[in-house]
Write a protein of this length. Structure first.
Length: 63
């Protein structure tokens, strides 16, 4: 079983943040929320482990 990685792990966090902000440009609030939901599902599919995803849900809820 793979454990949830909670320590900083992005190669280029500023670059990712910039890309994320750019992806939201021009979207309405509703479209932005829908985009975020799709992104979560795409990343959850990539992770694949329900246990890891449950840990991520818990970590996000506690933040």
């Amino acid at each position: 079983m793979t454990a949830l990685v909670t320590m900083p792990n992005l190669e280029a966090p500023d670059d990712f943040y910039e890309a994320l902000i750019e992806a939201h440009q021009g979207l309405t609030t509703e479209e932005s929320h829908a985009f975020n939901a799709r992104l979560v599902l795409v990343l959850a599919n990539h992770i694949g482990s329900t246990a890891v995803l449950r840990d991520a849900l818990t970590a996000a809820r506690q933040a």
